[in-house]
Design a protein. Structure first.
Length: 82
């Protein structure tokens, strides 16, 4: 997914509540394990960095999981709304 499309997708998910607008004050990182990224919906593979935040994804009842790049874009787009 190209950078512009990723920004657009994450902005839409922030607007409709599929991604949280509040900050994730604590995040944890490590290698992926095939989990699905809450932002781009692609798997986070073992050779990729997964970021898990304690801000709960809307309606999901679980911590959000993002690729490191998706986390950076989420943070950028979230701050635009603040």
């Amino acid at each position: 997914m190209d950078n512009e499309a990723l920004h657009t997708l994450i902005a839409h998910k922030l607007q409709d509540g599929r991604l949280p607008r509040n900050s994730a004050p604590r995040v944890y990182g490590g290698p992926g394990n095939g989990e699905t990224c809450d932002a781009c919906e692609l798997p986070i593979m073992k050779e990729q960095m997964a970021i898990q935040g304690i801000a709960l994804a809307a309606g999901g009842g679980r911590p959000m999981q993002l690729h490191a790049t998706c986390f950076q874009v989420w943070e950028s787009e979230r701050r635009k709304l603040a």
